[in-house]
Design a protein around this ligand. Structure first.
Ligand code: NAD
Ligand code: DAU
Length: 333
């Protein structure tokens, strides 16, 4: 792995976690390429050494800018995306522009400059599982995405596979399950409920809340990505997960309990159209091939720390909260 790393989407939730992780665990120099959409927050990079991390505001679909940055890059880790399923149901277009054309633009630059490329993707490309099915996703599960978001992520993964096979691009792909931790946008499930409670609002559960997500701490996602970047086999896909399956109802009950509220102190709201029932990751390949193991095995403790972070960092999330809740109200959620 080279020491000049381009991290796209590095001002977002998981990308910024990875930049902090790189600074703490490697001697890499990092360039963040981020459009600073509503989901990006430059202050997520506060406190990092200016001599090692620089932020370039721009679009991954801007071929001229990408060309310029790839001339001074040894490896790229591509996090930038439109990432929220609910938004993709309202207006899919930005998902195509960023997730598909943006990925295409980076792949073409990686091909021209022979830059090592790691592609960040999601378990949602595999569709969903029955709630009571013991099966979990593996690297050979067929793609079957449900939402415009997951369809564009699936499309981007397939572009990567084609660029590896047809053009010899040195790429790897990882598909991870639901992340939680500090600096996640308040539109997402866990931070939305925590900040609702901090604001005296009732949490909102879609439908009956029986849907299951497989939670992993963002820090464990970052350590897995670094392991793949350093030691992964070119052309391979690795699933990242930490055996964290929980129903939304159970996660919400925990948040309510940890924040001193009664367990029935929430509202059922309109369900998400096409709502995936269950995601579950089998990460055996990553663990056995690269020796990776998650460090945050205690979800309750990770959740307490996450709640504490939102309590102490209102300045970070406050500017997004009112608009996010106004959008949800319009959709009956
Ligand atoms: P996020 O929405 O918090 O951050 C996305 C970042 O990308 C933001 O900083 C935004 O400004 C930037 N961005 C958006 N469009 C851009 C563009 N055209 N050019 C440059 N920058 C742009 O998202 P996240 O939750 O941190 O997800 C990051 C990546 O991880 C995505 O690729 C997502 O599909 C993937 N992923 C997320 C999860 C999860 O649970 N959140 C799980 C698995 C995979
Ligand atoms: O599985 C990985 C994916 O996880 C990533 O690819 C996505 O980028 C990321 O957003 C996440 O997708 P989900 O749709 O699972 O995450 P979200 O936080 O939007 O919702 C989690 C679950 O909680 C989902 O079943 C919907 C439900 N939900 C969500 C919100 C915002 C609620 O019940 N109430 C809510 O208010």
């Amino acid at each position: 792995m080279g020491s000049r790393i381009l991290v796209t989407g590095g001002a977002g939730f998981i990308g910024s976690n990875f930049v902090h992780h790189l600074v703490a665990h490697t001697d890499a120099h990092v360039t963040v390429l981020d459009k600073l959409t509503y989901a990006g927050n430059a202050s997520s990079l506060d406190g990092l050494p200016v001599g090692r991390v620089r932020l370039v505001r721009g679009d991954v679909a801007d071929a001229g800018l990408v060309e310029q940055l790839f001339r001074e890059t040894d490896a790229v880790v591509h996090y930038a995306a439109e990432s929220h399923n609910d938004n993709s149901l309202q207006d899919p277009r930005p998902f195509l522009d960023t997730n598909v054309i943006g990925t295409y633009t980076l792949l073409e630059a990686a091909r021209r400059h022979d830059v090592r490329y790691h592609h960040i993707s999601t378990d949602e490309v595999y569709g969903d599982l029955e709630i009571d099915d013991p099966a979990r996703f593996t690297e050979s599960t067929p793609y079957n995405p449900s939402s415009p978001y997951s369809a564009t992520k699936g499309a981007s993964d397939l572009l990567v596979r084609a660029w590896v096979r047809s053009f010899g691009v040195r790429a790897t792909i990882s598909n991870c399950s639901n992340n939680y931790g500090p600096r996640q946008h308040v539109e997402k499930f866990i931070p939305r409920q925590i900040t609702n409670l901090l604001d005296g609002l009732r949490p909102k559960l879609y439908g009956a809340g029986a849907n299951v997500r497989d939670w992993i701490h963002a820090e464990d996602h970052s350590s897995a990505v670094l392991a793949i970047l350093e030691r992964g086999r070119i052309g391979e896909t690795y699933l990242i997960g930490a055996d964290g399956e929980l129903s939304n109802r159970d996660v919400l009950a925990l948040i309510l309990r940890k924040m001193g509220m009664p367990e029935d102190g929430f509202d059922h709201v309109a369900d998400r159209p096409g709502h995936d029932r269950r995601y579950a990751i089998d990460s055996a390949k990553l663990r056995s091939e690269l020796g990776w193991t998650p460090q945050f095995r205690d979800f309750e403790r990770g959740l307490e720390e996450t709640i504490a972070w939102y309590r102490s960092n209102e300045d970070w999330w406050r500017p997004q909260k009112a608009r996010t809740e106004a959008d949800y109200r319009k959709r009956g959620q």
